[in-house]
Design a protein around this ligand. Structure first.
Ligand code: CTP
Ligand code: MG
Length: 224
Protein backbone atom coordinates (compact mmCIF):
# COMPACT_ATOMS: atom_id res chain seq x y z
CA UNK A 1 0.00 0.00 0.00
CA UNK A 2 1.47 3.37 -0.93
CA UNK A 3 0.13 6.85 -0.28
CA UNK A 4 1.30 9.57 -2.66
CA UNK A 5 0.83 13.16 -1.51
CA UNK A 6 0.53 15.14 -4.75
CA UNK A 7 -1.74 17.99 -3.69
CA UNK A 8 0.92 20.70 -3.37
CA UNK A 9 0.90 23.85 -5.50
CA UNK A 10 4.50 23.69 -6.64
CA UNK A 11 5.07 27.34 -5.74
CA UNK A 12 8.85 27.07 -5.79
CA UNK A 13 8.89 25.29 -9.15
CA UNK A 14 6.58 27.99 -10.54
CA UNK A 15 5.58 25.92 -13.58
CA UNK A 16 2.06 27.32 -13.72
CA UNK A 17 0.57 24.04 -12.51
CA UNK A 18 0.92 21.70 -9.53
CA UNK A 19 4.22 19.83 -9.63
CA UNK A 20 2.52 16.45 -9.97
CA UNK A 21 1.40 17.40 -13.50
CA UNK A 22 4.62 18.98 -14.71
CA UNK A 23 5.97 16.90 -17.60
CA UNK A 24 9.23 14.97 -17.43
CA UNK A 25 10.13 13.32 -20.76
CA UNK A 26 6.58 14.18 -21.81
CA UNK A 27 4.84 12.43 -18.89
CA UNK A 28 3.58 13.99 -15.64
CA UNK A 29 5.79 13.55 -12.56
CA UNK A 30 2.86 11.69 -11.00
CA UNK A 31 2.93 9.13 -13.82
CA UNK A 32 6.63 8.45 -13.20
CA UNK A 33 6.05 8.14 -9.46
CA UNK A 34 3.16 5.68 -9.74
CA UNK A 35 4.97 3.67 -12.36
CA UNK A 36 8.04 3.13 -10.18
CA UNK A 37 5.90 2.14 -7.18
CA UNK A 38 4.15 -0.46 -9.32
CA UNK A 39 7.40 -1.61 -10.93
CA UNK A 40 8.83 -2.34 -7.46
CA UNK A 41 6.53 -5.34 -7.35
CA UNK A 42 5.78 -4.86 -3.65
CA UNK A 43 2.91 -2.36 -3.75
CA UNK A 44 -0.70 -3.38 -4.33
CA UNK A 45 -2.80 -0.23 -4.11
CA UNK A 46 -1.53 3.32 -4.68
CA UNK A 47 -3.62 6.14 -3.19
CA UNK A 48 -2.87 9.55 -4.72
CA UNK A 49 -3.99 12.76 -2.98
CA UNK A 50 -4.51 15.80 -5.24
CA UNK A 51 -6.39 19.08 -5.03
CA UNK A 52 -10.16 18.73 -5.51
CA UNK A 53 -10.01 20.56 -8.84
CA UNK A 54 -7.28 18.25 -10.16
CA UNK A 55 -8.92 14.87 -9.56
CA UNK A 56 -9.83 14.33 -13.20
CA UNK A 57 -6.41 15.42 -14.38
CA UNK A 58 -4.83 12.98 -11.94
CA UNK A 59 -7.08 10.17 -13.09
CA UNK A 60 -6.02 10.83 -16.67
CA UNK A 61 -2.35 10.98 -15.70
CA UNK A 62 -2.41 7.50 -14.17
CA UNK A 63 -5.08 5.95 -16.41
CA UNK A 64 -2.76 3.32 -17.83
CA UNK A 65 -1.70 2.24 -14.32
CA UNK A 66 -5.02 0.41 -13.89
CA UNK A 67 -7.70 0.25 -11.23
CA UNK A 68 -5.31 -0.24 -8.33
CA UNK A 69 -4.59 3.50 -8.30
CA UNK A 70 -7.12 5.49 -6.31
CA UNK A 71 -7.48 9.28 -6.37
CA UNK A 72 -8.54 11.19 -3.24
CA UNK A 73 -8.82 14.87 -2.37
CA UNK A 74 -5.83 16.18 -0.42
CA UNK A 75 -5.67 19.02 2.09
CA UNK A 76 -4.03 22.35 2.82
CA UNK A 77 -0.81 20.87 4.19
CA UNK A 78 1.13 17.78 3.19
CA UNK A 79 0.14 15.96 6.37
CA UNK A 80 -3.56 16.67 5.63
CA UNK A 81 -3.13 15.08 2.21
CA UNK A 82 -1.43 12.02 3.70
CA UNK A 83 -4.16 11.74 6.34
CA UNK A 84 -6.89 11.88 3.69
CA UNK A 85 -5.21 9.10 1.73
CA UNK A 86 -4.62 7.02 4.86
CA UNK A 87 -8.31 7.13 5.75
CA UNK A 88 -9.14 5.23 2.55
CA UNK A 89 -6.98 2.23 3.56
CA UNK A 90 -7.97 1.57 7.18
CA UNK A 91 -6.74 -2.04 7.24
CA UNK A 92 -3.36 -1.70 5.54
CA UNK A 93 -0.59 -3.39 7.56
CA UNK A 94 2.35 -1.84 5.73
CA UNK A 95 2.03 1.70 4.42
CA UNK A 96 4.54 3.65 2.36
CA UNK A 97 4.28 7.41 2.03
CA UNK A 98 6.03 8.68 -1.08
CA UNK A 99 6.18 12.24 -2.45
CA UNK A 100 5.01 12.58 -6.04
CA UNK A 101 7.88 15.05 -6.39
CA UNK A 102 10.48 12.27 -5.76
CA UNK A 103 9.47 10.50 -8.92
CA UNK A 104 12.97 9.26 -9.88
CA UNK A 105 13.45 7.24 -6.69
CA UNK A 106 15.10 3.95 -7.66
CA UNK A 107 12.95 0.85 -7.32
CA UNK A 108 15.63 -0.67 -5.09
CA UNK A 109 14.96 1.99 -2.42
CA UNK A 110 11.21 1.33 -2.52
CA UNK A 111 11.86 -2.39 -2.15
CA UNK A 112 14.32 -1.90 0.71
CA UNK A 113 11.85 0.22 2.69
CA UNK A 114 9.06 -2.35 2.27
CA UNK A 115 11.41 -5.19 3.25
CA UNK A 116 12.52 -3.32 6.38
CA UNK A 117 8.92 -2.88 7.57
CA UNK A 118 8.06 -6.49 6.75
CA UNK A 119 11.13 -7.49 8.78
CA UNK A 120 9.68 -5.74 11.83
CA UNK A 121 10.86 -2.14 11.75
CA UNK A 122 7.78 -0.05 12.47
CA UNK A 123 9.00 3.23 11.01
CA UNK A 124 11.80 3.49 8.49
CA UNK A 125 13.15 6.37 6.41
CA UNK A 126 15.74 6.48 3.60
CA UNK A 127 18.54 8.95 4.32
CA UNK A 128 21.69 10.46 2.85
CA UNK A 129 24.67 11.87 4.68
CA UNK A 130 25.15 15.63 4.55
CA UNK A 131 27.96 16.91 2.34
CA UNK A 132 27.68 20.63 3.08
CA UNK A 133 28.50 22.35 6.34
CA UNK A 134 25.22 23.36 8.01
CA UNK A 135 25.00 26.46 10.18
CA UNK A 136 22.16 27.65 12.38
CA UNK A 137 21.44 31.36 11.96
CA UNK A 138 19.30 33.93 13.77
CA UNK A 139 16.51 35.92 12.05
CA UNK A 140 19.09 38.51 10.94
CA UNK A 141 21.21 35.87 9.23
CA UNK A 142 23.97 35.92 11.84
CA UNK A 143 25.53 32.56 12.56
CA UNK A 144 24.49 31.06 15.88
CA UNK A 145 26.29 27.74 15.64
CA UNK A 146 27.77 25.14 13.32
CA UNK A 147 26.02 21.80 13.53
CA UNK A 148 27.94 18.53 13.61
CA UNK A 149 27.54 17.34 10.05
CA UNK A 150 28.44 13.76 10.93
CA UNK A 151 25.28 13.46 13.02
CA UNK A 152 22.94 14.92 10.38
CA UNK A 153 21.01 13.15 7.63
CA UNK A 154 18.93 14.31 4.68
CA UNK A 155 15.61 12.45 4.77
CA UNK A 156 13.85 11.17 1.66
CA UNK A 157 10.77 9.14 0.80
CA UNK A 158 9.30 6.55 0.55
CA UNK A 159 8.95 6.34 4.30
CA UNK A 160 7.58 3.02 5.50
CA UNK A 161 5.38 2.33 8.51
CA UNK A 162 3.38 -0.31 10.26
CA UNK A 163 -0.14 0.80 9.36
CA UNK A 164 -1.43 0.99 12.94
CA UNK A 165 1.52 3.18 13.96
CA UNK A 166 1.02 5.60 11.08
CA UNK A 167 -2.71 5.88 11.87
CA UNK A 168 -1.92 6.59 15.51
CA UNK A 169 0.69 9.18 14.49
CA UNK A 170 -1.82 10.98 12.26
CA UNK A 171 -4.39 11.20 15.04
CA UNK A 172 -2.19 13.72 16.88
CA UNK A 173 -2.60 17.42 16.23
CA UNK A 174 0.30 18.16 13.90
CA UNK A 175 2.40 21.30 13.99
CA UNK A 176 4.85 22.22 11.26
CA UNK A 177 5.96 18.68 10.43
CA UNK A 178 7.26 18.12 6.91
CA UNK A 179 7.34 14.33 6.99
CA UNK A 180 5.41 11.43 8.48
CA UNK A 181 8.32 10.11 10.49
CA UNK A 182 8.19 13.40 12.41
CA UNK A 183 4.72 12.48 13.66
CA UNK A 184 5.98 9.05 14.74
CA UNK A 185 8.90 10.67 16.55
CA UNK A 186 6.40 12.86 18.43
CA UNK A 187 4.86 9.65 19.80
CA UNK A 188 8.26 8.68 21.18
CA UNK A 189 8.44 5.67 18.85
CA UNK A 190 11.88 4.92 17.32
CA UNK A 191 12.39 5.64 13.63
CA UNK A 192 15.15 3.73 11.85
CA UNK A 193 17.10 4.68 8.75
CA UNK A 194 18.39 2.91 5.68
CA UNK A 195 20.44 4.17 2.74
CA UNK A 196 18.58 6.50 0.40
CA UNK A 197 19.74 7.40 -3.11
CA UNK A 198 20.72 10.71 -4.77
CA UNK A 199 18.11 10.08 -7.51
CA UNK A 200 15.37 10.19 -4.84
CA UNK A 201 15.82 13.97 -4.54
CA UNK A 202 12.66 16.06 -4.36
CA UNK A 203 11.98 18.09 -7.50
CA UNK A 204 11.43 21.46 -5.89
CA UNK A 205 12.99 24.20 -8.04
CA UNK A 206 13.49 24.79 -11.78
CA UNK A 207 17.09 23.62 -11.32
CA UNK A 208 15.83 20.29 -9.99
CA UNK A 209 13.61 19.85 -13.03
CA UNK A 210 16.58 20.34 -15.36
CA UNK A 211 18.51 17.75 -13.37
CA UNK A 212 15.53 15.36 -13.49
CA UNK A 213 15.28 15.69 -17.28
CA UNK A 214 18.96 14.81 -17.63
CA UNK A 215 18.65 11.82 -15.30
CA UNK A 216 15.44 10.51 -16.83
CA UNK A 217 16.88 10.98 -20.32
CA UNK A 218 20.02 9.03 -19.39
CA UNK A 219 17.91 6.22 -17.94
CA UNK A 220 15.72 6.06 -21.04
CA UNK A 221 18.81 5.96 -23.27
CA UNK A 222 20.31 3.19 -21.11
CA UNK A 223 17.13 1.15 -21.26
CA UNK A 224 16.66 1.60 -24.97
N1 CTP B 1 1.79 18.00 -0.88
C1 CTP B 1 0.47 17.57 -0.69
N2 CTP B 1 -0.46 18.42 -0.13
C2 CTP B 1 -0.10 19.64 0.26
C3 CTP B 1 1.25 20.09 0.10
C4 CTP B 1 2.18 19.23 -0.49
O1 CTP B 1 0.13 16.45 -1.05
N3 CTP B 1 -1.02 20.43 0.79
C5 CTP B 1 2.75 17.10 -1.55
C6 CTP B 1 3.36 17.70 -2.81
O2 CTP B 1 2.47 17.54 -3.91
C7 CTP B 1 4.66 16.95 -2.95
C8 CTP B 1 5.02 16.58 -1.51
O3 CTP B 1 3.85 16.82 -0.72
O4 CTP B 1 4.53 15.76 -3.72
C9 CTP B 1 6.20 17.39 -1.01
O5 CTP B 1 5.84 18.77 -0.93
P1 CTP B 1 6.60 19.95 -1.67
O6 CTP B 1 7.84 19.47 -2.30
O7 CTP B 1 6.65 21.11 -0.74
O8 CTP B 1 5.59 20.27 -2.89
P2 CTP B 1 4.68 21.55 -3.11
O9 CTP B 1 4.00 21.90 -1.82
O10 CTP B 1 3.84 21.27 -4.30
O11 CTP B 1 5.77 22.64 -3.49
P3 CTP B 1 5.88 24.13 -2.91
O12 CTP B 1 6.08 23.97 -1.42
O13 CTP B 1 7.03 24.72 -3.63
O14 CTP B 1 4.56 24.81 -3.25
MG1 MG C 1 5.20 22.53 -0.10
Amino acid sequence: MALVPAAGQGVRLAAGMPKAFVPLLGRPLLWHCVRSLQASGCIDVVVVAVGEQHREQARAAVAEAGDQVWIVTGGAHRCDSVRAALLTVPDAEVVLVHDAARCLTPISVIQAVVQAVLAGQRAVVPVLTVVDTIKQVDPDGRVVSTLDRAALRVVQTPQGFAGDLLRQAHQQPSGPVTDDAGLVEALGVPVTTLPGHPDAFKITTPFDLVLAEVLAGARAAGAG
